[in-house]
Design a protein around this ligand. Structure first.
Ligand SMILES: Cc1ncc(COP(=O)(O)O)c(C=O)c1O
Length: 394
């Protein structure tokens, strides 16, 4: 991976590095499209096969039929495209966790403004136990959820892994709770941090909208993601951003039809997008599989993140956000004495150690993945130790 050759990289949760074979798969596919097409009858079967193979692979990962996989370009559009078409009525309530990404939150706020809905905030930021006491974390979450659900709650928005604290949310258990609510609220899951990192099968199939991207933990190219959509959302949500790919039959669009859209997840696909990326993502997913099953990989990630989390405990002036070793690969921590987290990121970057800062809670985040090495963690910890005594930052 070219990106890993010249730096110590801890920003998998921002964007994963692209393996050279995936980059080659993209350029080969691009070349093939040029040779066969780009716009000829010869190229269409190739493109159809690329789409079919990708949808099939993603469906297998999510544990849903192919008809429930919609191809998108990123997590945010995956969350928003089906969300905007759901049948809300004035006064309905949206319950959004306090750890959601700004793009998704602002889309919900705008939806609420347009359709006169109310927003409630579900506190999850305080779930800090990490990998220890998973049962109690689940119980705390479900207790809170039951408290915050109201009679008119019609949608719950949660991330599968919280991007700031790194805590895993038990999505299947949340889904089980929601079916007992009289309104049966839709469950929208932001899977930006889970897809490619942890097993998702038992959760993705229970969410109504499970939106993911290939460009973070799956080592795929930027610009390609997907959604696993529930049967009821396919039936009940109307496409709002519409294009030729949403249509059952492009040729007869002049004849008015009550529902001209595909009945399956293609109803939320829009128009031309970058086909060569499909080969790149499939190649990265195959490489990931070559590293072991998703449970084996998570175990390796957990070992690495525990190593980082434990070493951070020993640094005076550094506080980990989670109270126990992380349940996955996101390790967030704060250095309360530093004037600026951005300054820390810059200083570490000058040493070719790349982490990121976050605003809520104010902290730093280092991610480890199956390609992380123990000596990289040691180097990061060594550099952080020095920050503590560097007068520029104290
Ligand atoms: C939890 C979460 N949601 C959404 C996003 C936005 O991702 P995208 O640019 O693929 O829409 C990110 C990106 O960091 C994220 O961490």
């Amino acid at each position: 991976m070219p990106a890993l050759q010249n730096k110590k990289y801890f920003n998998y949760g921002g964007q994963g590095p692209l393996p050279t074979p995936s980059l080659k798969a993209i350029t080969n596919s691009w070349q093939k499209i040029q040779e066969l097409g780009p716009f000829t009858n010869d190229v269409w079967p190739y493109i159809a096969n690329e789409i079919e193979a990708t949808r099939k692979q993603l469906a297998k990962m999510c544990g849903v039929p192919k008809s429930r996989i919609c191809l998108t370009e990123n997590v945010t559009s995956g969350c928003i495209l089906p969300l905007l078409g759901l049948p809300f009525s004035q006064g309905d309530r949206l319950l959004i966790s306090d750890c959601e990404h700004p793009g998704v939150v602002s889309a919900c706020q705008e939806l609420a403004r347009r359709q006169k809905l109310e927003i409630d905030i579900l506190p999850v930021k305080q779930l800090r136990k990490g990998a220890i006491d998973k049962k109690n974390t689940e119980l705390d979450l479900l207790k809170n959820l039951k408290c915050y659900l109201q009679e008119k709650t019609r949608l719950v928005v949660l991330s599968h892994i919280l991007w700031n604290t790194g805590q895993i949310i038990p999505i299947a258990a949340v889904a089980e709770t929601l079916v007992t609510h009289p309104q049966k609220p839709y469950l929208l899951v932001d899977a930006a941090q889970s897809f490619g990192q942890i097993p998702i099968q038992g959760d993705a199939c229970n969410a109504d909208i499970y939106a993911f991207t290939g460009h973070k933990w799956a080592y795929g190219p930027e610009g390609l993601g997907g959604i696993a959509i529930s049967e009821r959302v396919l039936k009940e949500s109307k496409p709002t951003v519409i294009g030729w790919r949403s249509l059952k039959n492009e040729g007869h669009i002049q004849k008015l039809s009550a529902d001209p859209f595909h009945l399956d997840s293609r109803r939320f696909e829009i128009a031309t997008s970058c086909i060569p990326l499909l080969a790149g993502l499939r190649c990265s997913l195959d490489l990931l599989e070559g590293e072991g099953s998703d449970t084996d990989r998570l175990q390796r990630i957990e070992q690495l993140s525990a190593q980082l989390w434990e070493q951070l405990q020993d640094i005076k002036g550094v506080n980990t956000i989670l109270e126990g070793p992380p349940p996955a690969g996101l390790v967030s921590f704060s250095i309360p004495q530093t004037k600026s987290t951005k300054g820390v990121v810059k200083m570490l970057g000058e040493q070719r150690l790349w982490i990121r800062d976050l605003e809520d809670p104010v902290c730093l985040r280092a991610c480890v993945h199956v390609t992380s090495k123990a000596n990289e963690i040691t180097a990061l910890v060594g550099a952080i130790k020095k920050i503590d005594i560097d007068e520029n930052f104290s």
